[in-house]
Write a protein that binds this ligand. Sequence first.
Ligand SMILES: Nc1ncnc2c1ncn2[C@@H]1O[C@H](COP(=O)(O)OP(=O)(O)OP(=O)(O)O)[C@@H](O)[C@H]1O
Ligand SMILES: [Mg+2]
Length: 555
Amino acid sequence: MVDKIIENEIKEAEKLNKEFKEHSVAEFFKKNKQMLGFYGPVRTLTMVVHEYVTNSLDACEETGILPDIDVKIDELGKEYYEVTVTDNGPGISQENVGKAFGKLLAGTKFHRLIQSRGQQGIGCSGCTMLSQMTTGKSSKIITGQKGKKPISLEIMIDPKSNSPKITNFKELEKQFQGTAVQAKFKEVIYRDSEQGPLEYLKRTAVANPHCQITLRDPSGQKITFKRTSTKLPEASQEVKPHPKGVSADEILNMAKITKARTISGYIINDFDRTGAKSLEEIRKKVNFDLNKDPAKITWEEAEEIAKAFKSIDFIAPSTDALRPIGEDQIKNSLYSIVKPEFLTVLTRKPAVYSGGFPFQVEIAIAYGGEAGRVLTDGTKKFEIMRFANRVPLPFDAGNCALTHAVQGIDWKRYGIKDAENSPMTVFINFISVHIPYTGAGKQSVADEEEVLEEVRLALMNTGRRAGIYISHKKKDEENQMKRKMFYKYIPEITKALTEMTKTDESKLKEQMQKLVLEKLQLDEAKDKEEMEKLEEQMKNDDKSSFVETKKKKVK
Ligand SMILES: Nc1ncnc2c1ncn2[C@@H]1O[C@H](COP(=O)(O)OP(=O)(O)OP(=O)(O)O)[C@@H](O)[C@H]1O
Ligand SMILES: [Mg+2]
């Protein structure tokens, strides 16, 4: 009996062992595409456009090219579309193009700390996978580099090996520099809504004034967002990791590829803000020789270094690598695209989150004109435009630190009484060498305490300025109304008074007008005083809200 039970258990275990299989990242993605944000027919199409366009922008900026991006979306059938994105970027080499579009988790951006839009190496290859999963078709690429013949090819991904399968490779005789990708997708829908490709591209244009974007939508309509600046953002710089933010695993991995010959050299050269003084402190805290070859470092030693890093005070990370859009540029593009009657913009100083990563926040509040979200009945509502490294984040708003910071603001304090129903757009651009996204779909920023605080301070500052404008406007409107009312009744009242008092009518009228004018002037003076008080308070708050982060030590 017992033998029988044991025999059965062995059989079951063998069966389970046979079922044990490896699967590639591509197979994983095939099953879990929603993790990359590919779910819902409208969202999926916008995400596809987003992946191609962000790559074009990154590639152009890295090589000093003013981006010209053309997006074409054709309807091929029910919930069936073809997306074509063409850029004037640097192109991709024959050697890399297969991996760029046909291998998940491959690219030029993952292993560096640099402010770029892409970071994971899964964006455009994810689109190739999605296209073949929903249509069975390959993605077509034409790419040309300076001084070389352009090439044309079709790519699919072999999910088992997560590698590209290239067909129809051709060298082209025509001149072309840049990259064009064309892919078909099923189970997607084009909508002219807040979450559709048009709004996405409009927002991209707002945050990228140096970029020219054209959309040809499925109805054949051509919409162009012209560049409002010919100034390219300064090229982003790679930064070294700050010792406070690294784990033992990272210390071990970096040690394997360092050019330094000793661990001390490695600590000084490969990390931000380390120097002779911190090295001496580390030497005292670890139990091994820092003259050792970094390639021979053990896990335990890496852990000792990570622990020592955590216990030492370092200057906050260098923030020179951050590339904000800039107040003037944001103003230009918002005036050109949103056309508000009032606009206020603020670029905060850089700060640091989680002890390791520099970041910066830019906020604008636009009021009136085409600002605010337009509902189907034409009424306007409060709108938040969120961006991370200039990339619009149209989805997962409820899950995002940027939304949470806006929700934490008491707009009434700034004279904005019914914010929810105001024609107001709050623009927030969060930039960092590493965006703390809450998921691989890259649509919401994690609630890092320092991030929330910076956004809140910037919102308070711009909120006050907007509040002053809105209050002035409301007061002006009220005073106009009062003036109208008083003047309307002066003739009637003078007439009645003349009859009662038998005095000269024109004299009485003159006196009445003088009285009304004095009353109005008195009211206006009171309003002015209130406004000045508010403005003074705003100035003081501004001064106290700016923290010099560069000199601040990271604990
Ligand atoms: N239009 C383009 N021009 C030049 N290079 C490109 C272009 N599109 C993609 N690439 C290259 O292909 C690589 C892979 O792109 P992919 O979108 O998959 O990942 P990523 O942009 O690095 O990161 P993320 O997954 O966050 O988007 C990029 O790192 C880049 O080197
Ligand atoms: Mg990308």
